[in-house]
Ligand binder design. Structure first.
Ligand SMILES: [Cu+2]
Length: 221
């Protein structure tokens, strides 16, 4: 083979490898959908169990990011999922185990719950309508249906905080429950409103703008 022939063959091989890599990149991007979790039906109705943590699991692509998780209430099996599948036009009882510390809200209005049954939620068993905005760690909000619930953060002097998910209930946490009625079938966005993304500009980058951490979807079926 002549020198120019070898060069042409080399260019062809490199071009083919680049094309395959681009095709793989696009295919993986299109097929890599974040995991989902479903509400569980019990004698008390439809229940969704979630948790919020200061740091995702150590084997997560972003182990330092704040995150929501779906929790199996029976075996405490945690799943890194922020797409929640719920039945339409149904009262859903949500329980959130909140392990993260307080960041505080920029807009104090969001310290108040909206869109829940009775306009209330419970914090560690106590029925409430609002928390001090400075004590919020995260918020669970579905803006399209006007639902917003503030999540009380643990004290900065807590003795036994959780470092990375999953967190046993023996770690310091607050437990928040509320009930809301799901809307008609469709895909709804949910998100946090606390500037909880430590280390990012204004606390609103990274996990606050990435589906799978402080954002996700409610898939109403
Ligand atoms: Cu948050």
């Amino acid at each position: 083979m002549s020198a120019s022939g070898k060069r042409l063959a080399g260019i062809a091989v490199v071009a083919a490898i680049v094309c395959v890599a681009i095709a793989l990149y696009i295919a993986l991007y299109l097929t890599n959908v974040p995991g989902s979790a479903s509400a569980v039906e019990t004698s008390s109705g439809t229940n969704l169990y979630l948790a919020t943590v200061a740091s995702a699991a150590t084997n997560d692509p972003h182990p330092t990011w704040v995150s929501y998780y779906a929790v199996d209430a029976n075996d405490q099996n945690w799943r890194h999922a922020t797409t929640y599948v719920l039945p339409a036009n149904t009262l859903v009882h949500v329980t959130i185990f909140q392990f993260d510390s307080q960041t505080g809200l920029r807009n104090p209005f969001i310290g108040q719950a909206t869109g829940t049954v009775g306009g209330t939620f419970t914090l560690n068993g106590k029925t409430m309508e609002a928390i001090d905005p400075d004590t919020a760690s995260h918020v669970f909000a579905i803006p399209a249906i006007g639902l917003s619930v503030p999540l009380y953060g643990i004290s900065s002097t807590a003795k036994n905080p959780c470092s990375n998910a999953p967190c046993p209930l023996s770690n310091d946490h607050s437990t928040i429950t509320f009930t809301f009625r799901t809307p008609a079938k469709g895909l709804y966005r949910w998100q946090c409103f606390v500037p909880c993304a430590a280390g990012f500009i204004q606390g609103f980058g990274g996990p606050m703008q990435t589906v799978g951490y402080m954002d996700g979807f409610i898939k109403v079926v």
